[in-house]
Write a protein that binds this ligand. Sequence first.
Ligand code: HH2
Length: 299
Amino acid sequence: MLDSPARTAQSDRMIATMSRPAAGAGPAGHFDLSALLSRPSPAVMGVLNLTPDSFSDGGQFTVPETALAQARRMVVEGADIIDIGAESTRPYGSEPISVEEELGRLQPVLPDVVSLGVPVSIDSMKSSVAAWALDHGAAIANDVWGLQRDPGMAGLVAEREVPVIIMHNRDSADPAIDIMKDIAAFFARSLDIAAKAGVSSDKIVLDPGIGFGKTPEQSMTVLARLDELQSFGLPLLVGASRKRFISTVTPSEPHQRLGGSIAAHLIAAKGGARIIRAHDVAETVQALRVAAAIGELQR
Ligand code: HH2
């Protein structure tokens, strides 16, 4: 049951939703990223997985009505962005799916989530899927391959003038590398691709990709040294929610990792993350707002 701070978040959200211009379906591109990032505490991106096989909630939201109810719940809990994914990106064991299958999962859900009035990001590594989502009101492209896998992705985000999340990734983890150097080199490549395609730098968010192509120790190194990535001068997003590195510290199943997720997200926020990607929105919003109120989060 939600307590009064969460009910306050609910009323805030209702007011914000009423006063926000109707997001509705239609061409994207009118979402103001800088306004979202200038608040006292980091923005929270709620995760909506329409997949049967996501690592922590696979199969929970494959029925469109259940998915929409989960999106509504996250909005009430204070989510600033809803990140919709229809293909699991977990590094080992997820099944690649076709464009048709991915769109088949998104079509009955994404337009209704857009109509809730909160910006929607499309978590897809396929430019044709991202294009469909942007055509139907999604406002942000979330590319877990940082514009380096699908050659059409950079041109798409440039043409649509939408914010893009450039996430660091690797095909496999290598414990021998300096992960911070690897991330910096990857971001430099992505930013070069983005610049050549004409993506405006004020539309770019960088994400070190916790758990992607990293050992658990490397994921924790990235969290501890996140502030070094501020040298790019771009907003940072971190998604540590329920990820496996937490279970290497305290053995736990994904649904038992809320405490570890919040600890990691508070450290990330202290290191400069301005967007936190989380499954457990109410708890994450509360933790971030309390940390900000105590004065522990830089802006
Ligand atoms: N993590 C996941 C998926 N997409 N996108 C960004 N930008 N950053 C992340 O850390 C990130 C992401 C993995 O989490 P989840 O969506 O819950 O799992 P799955 O990929 O198995 O669906």
